[in-house]
Design a protein around this ligand. Structure first.
Ligand SMILES: [Zn+2]
Ligand SMILES: [Zn+2]
Length: 166
């Protein structure tokens, strides 16, 4: 009677022992994996080895709770995300630059002036004149004002250019 009971006790004991060992192995593996993940995540988020070391100590020194602490103090973005954000900002800035008015050479002095200038600021050559009726700027080649349909006659490009430069 005692032998089977002892065997039963032994087998249940070894069962418990196996359970404890399995749990310990499982927790150890989890603990190492979590610490490993913390260090790798720290390396992805910071170029500083000191930060990676700090994260590793946090992960190893405070099992499982260290990870929670790490999640609170870690930089919000990974280096890759940071880089992508920088590239995006750079692209936006470049777009703004290309959106500025394009330049063209002045037909008289050849210096670069903006496309929509009505007069060259260097040699005072006029490219546009005001409508005598509504006052809007018209290109010299236009014979009629597109804003108020006023007949403005022939362009006075040569006359005004000479008069201004003399
Ligand atoms: Zn000019
Ligand atoms: Zn007009």
């Amino acid at each position: 009677m005692t032998a089977p009971a002892g065997a039963l006790l032994d087998s249940s004991n070894s069962g418990v022992l196996i359970g404890i060992v399995a749990a310990a192995v499982y927790l150890t593996v989890m603990y190492v994996a979590v610490a490993f993940w913390v260090v790798r995540d720290a390396r992805r988020r910071s170029e500083s080895w000191f930060f990676a070391l700090f994260a590793g100590l946090l992960g190893l020194g405070l099992p499982f709770f260290g990870v929670l602490l790490y999640l609170i103090v870690r930089p919000p973005r990974t280096l890759d995300e940071e880089r992508a954000l920088q590239l995006e900002e750079q692209a936006l800035a470049e777009e703004e630059i290309t959106e500025t008015p394009t330049v063209r050479p002045c037909p008289k002095c050849g210096r670069e002036i903006e496309q929509d200038f009505v007069i060259c600021p260097y040699c005072r050559t006029q490219f546009a004149r005001r409508c005598t009726s509504c006052g809007k700027w018209l290109r010299l080649g236009w014979h009629v004002c597109p804003y108020c349909a006023e007949e403005v006659g022939l362009p006075s490009y040569g006359r005004s250019g000479r008069a201004a430069s003399s």
